[in-house]
Design a protein around this ligand. Structure first.
Ligand code: C5J
Length: 220
């Protein structure tokens, strides 16, 4: 079985029982005019990881690791968007409002698409999720159970929001979680650094972290 030199100690996994979960690599978070920018964030920071996420996808596909993509997406009637989520903060555009890439964070709108460079291939699983965590109000848990998955590799944006929430949900469900350090990003570098630290602290209290190079070295 591949051994990955991760922090705080080696991460050992069986590719056939593992899934890569790529969180929310959507135009709404990474391109100007979407949800991320409407909240006042500098979205250019996130674009920098796109080539690394693309390389991670290619690596996992080569090794038969199940690939799952998520999108933060609401129904057009917003019936799955709690008022607390829509109304909080001082956003210039709120969820459901029309923006330059269509309605903000609404399924089917151009801004809700995954970036072409990291787009799902035919047959890969896509989870549309109304929350920050990908297990909440989705079929993800059932899909992983039916596939016999035990280990999860995480990438995507943003590190301390949807990535960390999903990783913690997964940890509580018994999955062994590895976060790829250079394949995740935040609008706030300090939040990313803190998340990596807190995930692997206390003897991998919720998971492991490693750079893509370490995963590649362990697999190839
Ligand atoms: C946020 C996400 N940050 N995908 N969503 O609202 O992390």
């Amino acid at each position: 079985m591949p051994i990955i030199h991760a922090q705080p100690f080696d991460y050992i996994f069986e590719p056939a029982r593992s899934a890569l979960i790529v969180i929310d690599m959507q135009r709404d978070f990474i391109e100007p005019g979407g949800f991320g920018e409407s909240l006042g964030n500098d979205v250019s920071l996130l674009a920098a990881i796109v080539p690394t996420v693309a390389a991670l996808l290619a690596l996992c596909r080569r090794h038969g690791i199940t690939v799952i993509h998520t999108r933060e997406a609401h129904r057009p009637d917003l019936s799955d968007c709690p008022p607390a989520k829509r109304e909080r903060g001082a956003a210039s555009l709120r969820i459901g409002d029309p923006g330059p890439m269509g309605r903000i964070l609404v399924a089917g709108e151009p801004g809700n698409d995954i970036l072409p460079a990291v787009a799902p291939l035919a047959g890969e699983i896509i989870i549309d999720k109304p929350g920050k965590g990908a297990f909440y109000a989705t079929a993800l848990g059932e899909i992983l159970r039916l596939k016999g998955i035990t280990h999860l590799i995480f990438a995507g944006v943003t590190t301390e929001v949807c990535v960390q929430t999903t990783l913690r949900e997964a940890n509580d469900r018994g999955y062994e979680c590895l976060l790829i350090e250079d394949a995740t990003e935040s609008y706030f570098p300090a939040f990313k650094a803190a998340t990596l630290e807190m995930v692997r602290a206390q003897g991998a209290i919720v998971g492991w972290t490693a750079p893509l190079a370490a995963l590649a070295a362990g697999l190839e």
